[in-house]
Write a protein that binds this ligand. Sequence first.
Ligand code: F6R
Length: 241
Amino acid sequence: MAEVVIVKNSRAAGELVADAILSLVASKKNAVLGLATGSTPLPVYQALAERAVGTDFSQVSGFALDEYVGLPASHPESYRSVITREVVEPVGLVPERIRVPNGATETIETAGADYERAIEEAGGVDLQILGIGTDGHIGFNEPGSSFASLTRVKTLTERTRADNARFFDSPDDVPMHCITQGLGTILRARHLVLLAFGEGKADAVAAAIEGPLASILPGSAVQLHPHATIVLDEAAASKLK
Ligand code: F6R
């Protein structure tokens, strides 16, 4: 059973999760963080940047959940750019220790296996930050993803492309494909911390926490994890029974 924590607002959620990360790093200098992109984790990264003074991140490494396929890494909306801008620079992580799946089309066939190997070699993810899509995806594991899946290429749903169009000049610029850690990859992390804010996430949250375990509800995979913490504001929690 996942632990559900309902907080006042996203800022309070960010502070809570930033403190969990800081206490992890205090007890394990070479902690491995699982980093999510999108809007949801931003308060965590902001709070972490504010509170990180004096913390030694020199041995901390990080793995992003996903990346668009075919978007140059230098594009401002590639997840490589986003992770650098929103997390690595403000928090003061070591750029060489932060990996993002490689979305370059030339090497896409081996990129998934390479990423799995890199996570394994780093000793596995200690704390994985997760957001959830309005269609219930975690990472970019869209409805219908296997609970055993590992890092691989997926097609984004129209709904996810529409949700993410806000980051691009035109909806047509949102890539069609992504490379994402699988649900099986995510479930191997030692601690999952899923955050969600706002009414728009309420259905996806209720399905993930209280719905049946089903590949059509990828977020429900968190029910299989022995140590999952779900941090919500009241609006995102409003459809829980
Ligand atoms: C991002 C990711 C996605 C997002 C989800 C929610 O790395 O894997 O699962 O967490 O699309 O996005 P936001 O937070 O922008 O609502």
